[in-house]
Design a protein around this ligand. Structure first.
Ligand SMILES: *Cc1c(COP(=O)(O)O)cnc(C)c1O
Length: 378
């Protein structure tokens, strides 16, 4: 059997090794240290915000970001149904209820008109959602221009889940710079990784300070550790920040590599009836984190799970798009403003190996396997 080909495995090499070894030799092993400070500065600069708070995960960043916006027990937070469960879980950690909004079928991102409809409905019912958490799906940003304008109209602050979109832009402005605050993730499968980690990005100094405080067990600055709030142990370790600095210095190169893989898939599927690359023709502002396709079975004569099975026999990983949150058993009681778009994407979409660590040979093998499948299935 061939070595397994994953959708998006960590892309780490000698540079990362050098940075981590240097951090170990510096003696700064324990949480925090100079690499955390430098990583935060470099991230803030890259994204163009004043403050970055490095944390143990993107989920932790979502949790603290929500608390920082004042989300508390009994509140309602609007978010995208087309997302990874972490977004909705963090809302529940904060004690609030998620209300799921369906997506624009082209991008899979929060549909602004459905957001407006939900806000109108809540206003009629006399409920004011505490926050909106739009999600940049698979490396394409939401339509921030429209979403932020609607949120401002209703006076609801926005926490952007940019876990998948670091390196992407919207009208030239970096993902991670929008809303009241944004979060990014450095989980192992993301565009860059610290093996596990995340960051809250904001221009709001007091939010950044409060997030740092909550993330270090909410200790008052006195020797005996006085506590007036419930805190968390959510900071990023210095060793992992060193890994992150090496990765950040290679971010653009890793994006280019992913883009060249996307282009190969585009070429291949241009000749296959019924298949389109998800996200539309224009991905010039995307970080192209993952490449997915949409399969119209009436044109192809096959469905995504059949291609997934063919790839699996060659030990190649592929997967459906996120199963929408409003269809998840754990969120069956949550309210939602949906029109079937996310559900359709879940049924027709699939994600292909996209990682920058894929070798040329591995990419050729994936493409050949798909070509064979498509020829045979026709
Ligand atoms: C990965 C991801 C997260 C969670 O990040 P972790 O660092 O794994 O905790 C949150 N939201 C979205 C949309 C993600 O893809």
């Amino acid at each position: 059997m061939n070595e397994r080909i994953y959708m998006s495995s960590p892309d780490v090499g000698e540079l990362e090794e050098q940075y981590v070894v240097a951090a170990i030799r510096s003696g700064w092993i324990a949480p925090l240290g100079p690499d955390v400070d430098a990583f935060e500065r470099e991230l803030a600069e890259r994204v163009g915000v004043d403050h970055a708070v490095a944390l143990s995960s993107g989920t932790a960043a979502l949790h603290l970001g929500l608390l920082g916006l004042g989300v508390k027990r009994g509140d309602v937070v609007l978010t995208s149904t087309m997302t990874f469960a972490a977004t909705a879980n963090a809302i529940v950690y904060a004690g609030a209820s998620p209300h799921f909004i369906d997506c624009d079928p082209e991008s899979g991102n929060m549909d602004p008109s459905l957001l407006r409809r939900a806000l109108e409905q809540f206003a009629q019912d006399g409920v004011k959602p505490t926050a909106i958490v739009p999600v940049d799906l698979l490396g394409k940003t939401v339509d921030y221009t429209t979403i932020l304008a609607i949120a401002a109209e209703y006076g609801v602050p926005v926490l952007c889940d940019a876990a998948e979109s670091l390196g992407a832009t919207h009208r030239g402005e970096a993902a991670g710079s929008f809303g009241h605050a944004s979060i990014v993730s450095f989980n192992g499968n993301k565009i860059m990784t610290t093996s596990g980690g995340g960051t809250l990005l904001t221009n709001d100094e007091s939010l950044a300070k409060h997030t740092r405080y909550l993330a270090t067990q909410a200790r008052q600055p006195v020797v005996h550790y006085e506590h007036t709030d419930i805190g968390y142990n959510y900071r990023l370790s210095n060793l992992l920040a060193a890994l992150g600095r090496a990765q950040l210095s290679r971010l653009d190169a890793m994006i280019s590599r992913r883009r060249s893989i996307r282009d190969r898939y585009r070429d291949l599927f241009a000749r296959v009836d019924g298949v389109e690359v998800f996200g539309g023709e224009d991905d010039s502002e995307d970080n192209v984190w993952l490449t997915s396709i949409l399969v119209d079975a009436s044109g192809t004569g096959w469905i995504p799970s059949e291609l997934t099975a063919a790839l699996a026999t060659e030990n190649i990983e592929s997967r459906p798009l996120w199963k929408p949150m409003h269809l998840q058993p754990v969120f069956q009681d949550a309210s939602a403003t949906v029109n079937g778009s996310a559900e359709r994407l879940f049924e027709t979409g699939m994600t292909l190996p996209s990682g920058s660590a894929l070798s040329d040979d591995q990419i050729e093998h994936v493409l050949a396997t798909i070509r064979d499948f498509v020829e045979t299935a026709r």
